[in-house]
Design a protein around this ligand. Structure first.
Ligand code: FAD
Length: 394
């Protein structure tokens, strides 16, 4: 069977449903690995990539994808800092980010350079099957492989077994240089409210910062105006003056506490990728490392004779890592009252730097897991919650 065969003239090799992080990384990886494949990305909005700043540890990028991702990167820093009431720390792990603009530009450049690659924007998908998609217009498209990556809103979660990471971020132009040379990943010295709260500060240029007020909360409701006011209060307390708000971003990400259903075997339904498919870190909400791992599989592994086994290995390793991260989530959201949650993160950030990095990448070793969990429990743990299985009150 080949696309040159007139009966297959409309057959795509891969259709990527949803033009967000997971699909865009998959497209970049495919363009590099299979430049003549027929690949289509379908996005409901009129632009790719939404409105995001995706940060990650720079060495989360597998060496094979470094060249693929390079054009999509917007910033890179030599390390980052964290601050808690008990201690502060500077970490030397390089940190990087891609923005919606930088990733979308890289994808459009890849499409322009590969005549068999295309994007359909402003096109909602209604139904997703193993080898077809149906658009809201009723048009039916066929593909050898369909990747379904419609984002966090399509993740199925049980609200009773879930916490939430919610945040509002303001990208600000300041009246004077901020003086930071690296991100402040967690400033948890701020008043603790609505669960674990921290402010995240990303220096983007001499006078430009992204300041994000973030909560690990029991409830998904976002008190938008309060968070915006909190950011302005934080900026003022640091002695900065915001000359202009140049962009805003916000999000409410479900953080599961229980193991999700296992992904289907390869070919048994579409490949469900991204946040929707559970390919994210359940404690941090980050999905860049896993989106990269899946992009690598979609570009290199999926057409190999042993693709089903490779897929199962990927799934099994992910679920092994999930089991540990979900234990931590249960601890955070069940064993610690909201006002005590910061102790868990403060203790985590005393772990060796490699352990911290592997935890973010969901590549922990047995020794990492022991380091994170063993020893005296963090302050504020409710033994009553541990023994009864109820959420800690307070
Ligand atoms: C504001 C914000 C900041 C974040 N920051 C980070 C970070 O710093 N680092 C990190 O690793 N993670 C971060 N995350 C978490 C996670 O990485 C993102 O949610 C990530 O974008 C998820 O990728 P995805 O491809 O699964 O979904 P998305 O990137 O959300 O993409 C899904 C796409 O599918 C489209 N879509 C939905 N339904 C349809 C349909 N029916 N038809 C066609 N298209 C459809 C949507 O419009 C969207 O463009 C952040 C999340 C948010 C909300």
């Amino acid at each position: 069977m080949s696309a040159a065969d007139p009966t297959n003239a409309d057959l795509h090799d891969v259709i990527l449903v949803g033009g967000g992080l997971a699909s865009c990384l998959a497209l970049l990886a495919l363009a590099a690995a299979r430049p003549t494949a027929r690949v289509l990305i379908v996005e409901r909005a009129h632009a790719l990539c939404g409105n995001h700043t995706w940060c990650f540890h720079a060495d989360d990028v597998p060496p094979e994808l470094a060249d693929v991702l390079a054009p999509a990167l917007a910033h890179r820093w030599p390390g980052y800092e964290v601050a808690f009431p008990e201690h502060a720390r500077s970490l030397a792990s390089p940190y990087a980010c891609a923005t919606s603009e930088s990733l979308a530009a890289a994808v459009h450049a890849a499409i322009a350079a590969h005549p068999s690659y295309a994007a359909r924007l402003g096109t909602a998908v209604e139904e997703v099957g193993t080898t077809y998609v149906v658009l809201a217009s009723g048009e039916r498209l066929r593909a050898r492989r369909v990747v379904d990556a419609r984002g966090p809103a399509h993740l199925v979660t049980d609200p009773a077994a879930c916490g939430y990471q919610k945040f509002v971020g303001l990208e600000l132009d300041l009246a004077a240089p901020h003086g930071l040379d690296r991100p402040l990943l967690m400033d948890a010295t701020v008043p603790q409210q609505d669960g674990f709260r921290f402010v995240y500060v990303l220096p983007l240029a001499e006078r430009r910062v992204l300041v994000e007020d973030t909560y690990f909360s029991d409830a998904p409701d976002l008190a938008d105006a309060e968070l915006v006011a909190g950011i302005h209060g934080y900026v003022a307390a640091r002695g900065w003056r915001a000359a202009e708000v140049v962009r805003e971003e916000r999000g409410v990400l479900p953080l599961p506490l229980e193991m999700p259903a296992a992904p289907r075997a390869l070919g048994d339904g579409p490949l469900v990728a991204g946040y929707q498919g559970g390919w994210f870190h359940p404690t941090t909400g980050y999905s860049m490392p896993l989106a990269l791992r899946l992009a690598q599989f979609i570009a290199h592994g999926i057409e190999e004779p042993d693709a089903a086994e490779r897929w199962q290995l990927l799934v099994d390793e992910h679920r092994r890592q999930l089991a540990f991260a979900l234990r931590l989530n249960k601890m955070l959201f069940r064993w610690f009252a909201p006002a005590q949650r910061h102790h868990v993160l403060a203790r985590f950030y005393r772990a060796p730097e490699d352990t911290v990095r592997r935890f973010y990448a969901l590549r922990t070793t047995r020794a990492d897991r022991a380091r994170i969990l063993c020893g005296r429990p963090p302050r504020g743990m409710s033994w009553r919650a541990v023994l009864t299985g109820q959420r800690a009150a307070g």
